[in-house]
Design a protein around this ligand. Structure first.
Ligand code: EPU
Length: 421
């Protein structure tokens, strides 16, 4: 296992390029199963989760390869329905092969993903949506088996829960509905840019979808989809992470190949904190300040503040003198990073799903343990400003979601490297 070693105190300066969005690429790779012909997906980041999805597509009988940022998927005509525990347990996004498998072969057997370190992550909404389209679901021996006698049929479906919309449930049901008989209306659909990107890919495959990017998506089913070529959108979570890192180190960083229109809430919060941000067409220049101001944040579905940047925002606020309040509304238990940040000298305490952060003048380097992907990123950016050396252990989490993280931070002047444990 590897660890990342950071010596804090250097201001980040220079330029960094953003990779394609993991959370757009994963459902789009699954969507490629809807055609029998080949799809070519470009700007795919070279990440562990992407390779897991390639393995899953192959185990379902598709041809799938990754080469220099391009994924080619050719499902052919002999797909099989089983998504095994050993793959689903390492990556929850595997569950989004259900919709395409039901649409193509009327049968999916997918291991139930179970909980994860950021809290319970049920799939009841996925099942509710697919059932509304005519699938019969049965849970046995840790697997959900979903079958449809002939063809799925369109329906009006309300896809929400107490927390709001669900990203991957929207993806799953939208993919299934593209080949259902008749019209499907998805109410309370997720509006995340990754869902918009998936819908655009499906349109290129020949799907008929309206209301893309809104909470009401209408789909008119077709009998056949064809392979398509598509380039994945920039990763807004990676973009936000570099924005926070630049802000936190009082640096001056030009972030390239980003989509600034996806970062509005992050830009707003950083400006409130006293950070200067200039937006270009595909660039963001972030100039930090030595005197960060405290800011309050509540995570909610897009376009509000993303849960996937909550930990990084907390690292930033941990070093902004004054009191900030962060409330987590998507995953109320997603706070594993709090005790690790406190080991670095932060002063954060939890009241249910709310973190109260008393910003300190200096964080201090320490050995810390990464618990999940975004918590790991928060510990890395905290390490960039901490006095002395920070060692972030269990970095395999980072490899699931950040392409060439140490190389990118090094090129901005950070003292960071990877070592074998
Ligand atoms: N939920 C249910 N029932 C469901 C589905 C979701 O109750 O059937 C609840 C969840 O427990 C949670 C809320 O709905 O409270 C939102 O979860 P959502 O379904 O939107 O999450 P997801 O689709 O499983 C994706 C991202 C996550 C990101 C969330 C929220 C991918 C591959 N994953 O997960 O990304 O946190 O949306 O934006 O797209 C990450 O990249 O680090 C990550 C965890």
């Amino acid at each position: 296992m590897d660890k990342i070693v950071i010596t804090g105190g250097r201001k980040l300066k220079g330029e960094v390029e953003i990779s394609g969005a993991k959370n757009a690429a994963l459902p789009i790779m699954a969507a490629a199963l809807l055609a029998d012909g080949e799809s070519i997906i470009e700007n795919v980041p070279d990440l562990r989760d992407i390779h897991t999805m390639i393995r899953l597509l192959r185990s379902l009988g598709a041809k799938a390869v990754f080469e220099k940022g391009t994924v080619k998927v050719k499902p052919g005509n002999s797909l099989q329905p089983l998504a095994p525990y050993k793959l689903v347990s390492t990556m929850r996004a595997s569950v989004c092969v259900m919709g395409p498998l039901l649409a193509r072969i009327g049968h999916a057997e997918v291991s139930l993903p179970g909980g994860c370190v950021i809290g319970p992550r049920p799939i009841d909404l996925h099942l509710k949506g697919l059932e509304a389209l005519g699938a019969k679901n049965e849970i046995q021996h840790g697997y959900v088996t979903s079958r449809v006698a002939k063809r799925l049929s369109g329906a009006e479906i309300y896809l929400g829960g107490a927390f709001g919309s669900s990203v991957l449930a929207t993806a799953n049901v939208m993919m299934a509905a593209t080949m259902a008989k008749g019209r499907t209306v998805l109410e309370n659909a997720a509006c995340e840019p990754e869902i918009v990107d998936l819908a655009r890919f499906l349109q290129k495959m020949g799907a008929k979808i309206e209301g893309i990017g809104s909470p009401c998506i209408e789909i008119t089913g077709v009998t056949k989809l064809h392979g398509a070529r598509h380039a994945i959108i920039p990763d807004r979570i990676e973009t936000g992470t570099y924005m926070f890192a630049a802000a936190m180190t009082a640096g001056d960083v030009l972030i390239k190949k980003a989509d600034p229109s996806h970062q509005n809430v992050v830009i707003d919060k950083l400006r409130q904190a006293g950070v200067r941000i200039d937006k270009g067409k595909s660039t963001l220049r972030v100039r930090g300040t030595a005197k960060l101001k405290p800011v309050n944040v509540t995570t909610l579905p897009y376009p509000a503040f993303p849960t996937d940047l909550q930990a990084q925002m907390m690292a930033l606020m941990a070093a902004a003198p004054g009191i900030s309040v962060i409330t987590e509304k998507i995953y109320p238990d997603r706070f594993m990073h709090v005790s690790e940040l406190n080991r670095m000298g932060a002063n954060i305490f939890l009241e249910g799903p709310t973190a109260i952060i008393h910003g300190v003048k200096k964080l201090s380097g320490a050995p810390v343990m990464a618990s999940d992907l975004r918590a790991s990123a928060a510990l890395v950016i905290a390490g960039l400003v901490a006095e002395g050396t920070t060692e972030v252990h269990r970095v395999y989490h980072l490899d699931r979601g950040y392409e060439r993280l140490e190389t990118k931070f090094s090129s901005l002047g950070a003292s960071i490297h990877r070592e074998k444990e």
